[in-house]
Design a protein around this ligand. Structure first.
Ligand code: CO
Ligand code: CO
Ligand code: CO
Length: 314
């Protein structure tokens, strides 16, 4: 494999985005994300897919600039007006983010999928990765958990309209403001919470940073509706895979009930940022996030030295 020294984040890191240094002041961030619909409304789905795709750039402290549509559409099965609505939701969200759509690619496919390939910029020295968490740091999470379990409930016809509207609002909301606020402080590490759930992404952060972590389950913000669904055993396939794969890196204390463990492993779509920074800075960040309307943000744990690469949940 060719090794270009300007690739400062590549395949070997567990980050979702690649970073290429163009000069001492400028690096480009590249990332791609697309998936099948998780809500029924095409416009909402477009908004969520774009917020989700841009999130990796925000997690790195970068600024997304341009994007290309990635579209798979069953042209003989679905009406083209559905695609138009999806793309409209996407473009509106890109406008909100200040991102310009510069092209895209679409194919006929059995199953509908939509997302973006995104290009952003960051100062190479101010790039935030998931590898810099320091012992003593506090961990701030910016959005509540539970979108995977609630989407599963929706597919089973069990989630109310109000519940779906609520999670849609969160999934469609950009991590832009949270990213801007964290960049005002000295952040040691950050990742966005997506398919591997809070604990999966926390494991990656711990392993890449060569530290351990303690998560206080009662401090973790969750959608209130998710508790009943989790208790009823509604469980997306991705959640089981996360538990299987990351379970060996997580130690739960006895008082953490099984349904809470499920929620902590729940795969998120367009989840919040998990930010690692010194305790005083974490308090300051939390205050500023709340002032900016990111009211569910919370300090959910801290970085510890041992056991390295593991997460203790109490
Ligand atoms: Co991603
Ligand atoms: Co990510
Ligand atoms: Co093409």
């Amino acid at each position: 494999m060719i090794h270009d020294k300007n690739v400062i984040r590549g395949m070997e890191s567990l980050d979702d985005a690649g970073v290429y240094k163009l000069s001492d002041e400028l690096a480009i961030i590249q990332t791609i994300d697309f998936f099948t619909p998780i809500v029924d409304d095409p416009y909402d789905f477009g908004q969520i897919a774009v917020a989700n795709a841009l999130s990796d750039v925000y997690a790195m402290g970068g600024k997304p600039l341009t994007a290309m549509n990635v579209v798979c559409f069953p042209i003989n099965k679905l009406d083209i007006s559905i695609l138009k609505e999806i793309l409209k939701g996407g473009v509106d969200k890109m406008m909100e983010a200040g991102v310009t759509l510069v092209g895209g690619h679409s194919i006929d496919d059995a199953e509908l999928k939509y997302g973006l390939s995104v290009t952003g910029i960051v100062h190479p020295k101010r790039m935030i990765t998931n590898a810099g968490a320091k012992v003593g740091d506090k961990l701030v999470l910016t959005k509540p958990l539970g979108t995977g379990i609630i989407s599963t409930a929706l597919k089973a016809g069990k989630a109310s309209k109000e519940t779906v509207a609520k999670i849609t609002k969160y999934m469609a909301s950009l991590n832009k403001k949270a990213s801007e606020l964290m960049q005002e402080l000295e952040v040691h590490a950050c990742t966005d919470i997506t398919g591997f759930g809070l604990l999966g992404h926390a494991c990656q952060l711990a392993q890449n940073s060569q530290v351990g972590m303690k998560v206080h389950s009662s401090s973790v913000p969750v959608f209130t509706e998710v508790v009943d669904f989790a208790k009823a055993g509604l469980c997306p396939g991705g959640l089981k895979r996360n538990r299987e794969f990351y379970g060996k890196m997580v130690e739960f204390s006895k008082q953490v009930p099984d349904y809470i463990q499920d929620i902590l492993f729940d795969p998120q779509t367009s989840g919040g940022l998990l930010i690692s920074l010194a305790p005083e800075e974490a308090e300051l960040l939390l205050e500023r996030l709340k002032k900016a309307g990111i009211s569910e943000a919370a300090i959910v744990g801290e970085v510890i030295s041992k056991p390295q690469g593991k997460i203790l949940v109490v």
